[in-house]
Each structure stands twice: as structure tokens, then as C-alpha cells.
Design a protein. Structure first.
Length: 187
């Protein structure tokens, strides 16, 4: 009887330790469980049954983009972690490293990606793009040139675009965080 009980216990333990899903999903589960909570960042799953597609919402507390609420969609493919996640900005924003279609120019999503990097690394990279945009590696060449030539005017254009104004024939989305507006502008 004791042997049967021990075997049953071993079988239950083996089943518990058995990986659930594909290698990419197992790695994604690990990455998501290790995310460090941050007050300026939220993660949302539009479809709870699909953990490979999620949104990251980032609210910078300083820099050109302070007061904005920026949304990114992440898609994890079956080749993750050998290939980087696919990341798009889901809003039209004025940024040297993000084009109007939402493509993001971030080295860890391209040539610097390697399997030891994780979702936290990508989120950190996105945050750095808002704290220190890189006009030397642009997707939006107009924004990059303006940032290089006239930082004051660049800052003004960023604020106008964040309020949803039209700039250079492009209609930008209002990305102002309502909580920030109340706290800082009394609006």
C-alpha cells in the first residue's frame, strides 16, 4: 500500500512539474512572472485566453513625453525567445523612433535581440525611448531632424501632437493621461 501511495505522489509531482505548452509559451510565462511592477506601467490582456498578445501602457513622469499615456501591443510568436517580440505603438504619435504606423525603432527589437533578453528588457527599452529619444536612429526623420536642430521647437511640437493636433498634414491622437491632466493642470 505504501508503494502505491509513494508512486501516486511521484506521478502527481511529475505532472505538476511537466511543462505546459510550447517552449515559447513556457518562456513567456516565466518572463511575465518575473516582471517588476512599476507605477508608470500597466499590462493588459485583451483576450485572457491568449497570453501571447498583450498591451503595455506606459505613462512617462518626465521628459518630452511627460503626461502622456502610450500604448503598445506585444505579440509573441512561436519562435520566441529566439526572435524578439513584435511590438507596435497603437497610437499615432510624434516621436523620432516611432513612425505614424506604430513601428518602433529599438535596438533590442532588432539587431541586439538575443534569447537571454526578456519582456522586461523590451519594456525598459521602450521607457528609455521616451526619456531619451534617439534622433541618430530615426523612423520619423522629420521629428529627428527637428530634435537635432531645435530642441525647444521639438518640445512644443511634441506637446501639440500629444494633445491631438495636426502637424505636417498628420493627425495625431490625444495621448494625454487624464489623471496627469487633473493633477498637473487642474483640468
Amino acid at each position: 500500500m505504501r508503494r502505491i501511495w509513494n508512486q501516486k505522489k511521484t506521478d502527481v509531482e511529475a505532472q505538476r512539474l511537466k511543462p505546459k505548452g510550447s517552449p515559447s509559451r513556457i518562456r513567456l510565462q516565466k518572463d511575465m512572472s518575473e516582471l517588476e511592477p512599476a507605477s508608470d506601467t500597466d499590462i493588459a490582456f485583451p483576450d485572457a485566453s491568449d497570453p501571447t498578445r498583450f498591451n503595455v501602457i506606459y505613462r512617462p513622469a518626465q521628459g518630452y513625453y511627460e503626461g502622456g499615456e502610450f500604448r503598445f501591443t506585444f505579440e509573441i510568436t512561436d519562435s520566441f525567445p529566439h526572435d524578439a517580440p513584435k511590438v507596435l505603438c497603437s497610437q499615432t504619435i510624434y516621436h523620432p523612433n516611432i513612425d505614424v504606423e506604430g513601428h518602433v525603432c529599438l535596438n533590442v527589437l532588432r539587431e541586439d535581440w538575443n534569447p537571454v533578453l526578456n519582456i522586461q528588457s523590451v519594456i525598459f527599452g521602450l521607457k528609455m525611448l521616451f526619456l531619451e529619444p534617439n534622433p541618430e536612429d530615426p523612423l520619423n526623420k522629420e521629428a529627428a531632424l527637428l530634435m537635432i536642430e531645435n530642441k525647444t521647437r521639438f518640445a512644443r511640437v511634441v506637446r501639440e501632437s500629444m494633445r491631438g493636433e495636426k502637424i505636417g498634414g498628420v493627425s495625431y491622437q490625444n495621448v494625454m493621461d487624464p489623471k496627469w491632466k487633473v493633477k498637473h493642470l487642474g483640468a
